[in-house]
Design a protein around this ligand. Structure first.
Ligand code: PDD
Length: 285
């Protein structure tokens, strides 16, 4: 079956799907994206993703190209045409196409691309064993709360992890504090308390992060939203990372240091169990 992409008003075969060379997303990374999990053929936690999309677009002065209702129709169609049951939906909105000029002219119209593909949830083995992460300086710009397609710092960080045989790189600010992973949020557990960096310009407000905070509240697990250092993370009882595609993955090694017992810990396991409960409820709804 051939894949279909939505590109600026048209559904086209994936291999022919393209944007203009003067698209500002291509030339300046002047655009915003979202990644939504498709579970059982439906989009998980969609309202939160659309809230974040609208916020990101607003922060860089790009108009939503269509209403939420119209966007929902496009996303339904892309998932349906690609017959995705479990996977992801990728949505990108750039400022549009115009002769190259750093500043933009009013009137340039946003361009939207939507794709969807099958992608399995993290394997049982990954969750049972946990994954290693490495750390590296955070080299990104200073508005990481905006889900911009300008991901060079993240891309280089992820590749560094790959070369080191690690799952992720936890990026570290100039004061030695962990900001987040290159495509995931970072968490540790100390004395039964969950610690994660507070929302702000240094991190992306993850949708999975928000879901985990809801679960922690429900389970009455204390959450301390504060920055933590690489040393503190190495000495933590547990560590984990979260994202739309990773869900919740235990982190069992940070650089050379084994975290806790070297096995996924009980707090992470409880969160994961409850995240799966949310997914089951979603599937039944
Ligand atoms: N990445 N931090 C960064 C830098 C991210 O790129 C992501 C998501 C997250 C987690 O956010 P969420 O829980 O909403 O997925 C945190 C997506 C999956 C990606 O770029 O593919």
């Amino acid at each position: 079956m051939s894949r279909i992409a939505y590109v600026d008003g048209r559904y086209v075969p994936h291999r022919y799907a393209s944007v203009h060379i003067e698209d500002r997303g291509f030339q300046f990374a002047d655009g915003i994206y979202e990644v939504v999990a498709v579970i059982g053929g439906r989009r998980f936690d969609e309202p939160r993703h659309l809230d974040r999309l609208e916020r990101s677009l607003g922060e860089i002065d790009i108009m939503m190209p269509m209403s939420r209702a119209a966007l929902a129709c496009v996303m339904d169609e892309v998932v349906r045409r690609n017959r995705v049951t479990d996977g992801i939906l990728y949505l990108q909105i750039t400022r549009g196409s115009a002769p190259r000029d750093h500043g933009w002219r009013d009137g340039v119209s946003p361009k939207m691309v939507v794709t969807s593909r099958h992608q399995p949830a993290p394997s049982g083995q990954t969750i049972e064993n946990g994954v290693p992460v490495i750390t590296a300086p955070d080299q990104r710009w200073r508005r990481n709360d905006i889900k911009s397609v300008a991901l060079l710092g993240n891309v280089l960080g992820k590749q560094k992890a790959r070369r080191a045989g690690a799952y992720e790189t936890w990026m570290v600010d100039s004061t030695g504090m962990v900001t987040e992973g290159t495509s995931t949020n970072a968490w540790i557990v100390v004395g039964g308390q969950i610690i994660t960096r507070p929302l702000g310009p240094d991190i992306l407000g993850g949708i999975t992060r928000a879901a985990v905070l809801d679960i922690a509240r429900e389970l009455q697990i204390t959450v301390d939203q504060r920055p933590f250092s690489v040393d503190e993370a190495g000495d933590a009882d547990e560590a984990f990372l979260t994202s739309t595609t990773a869900y919740i993955i235990p982190v069992t090694q940070i650089d050379e240091k084994v975290v806790g017992t070297g096995k996924p810990g009980p707090v992470t396991a409880r969160l994961l169990e409850n995240y799966h409960r949310l997914i089951d409820e979603f599937l039944k709804s």
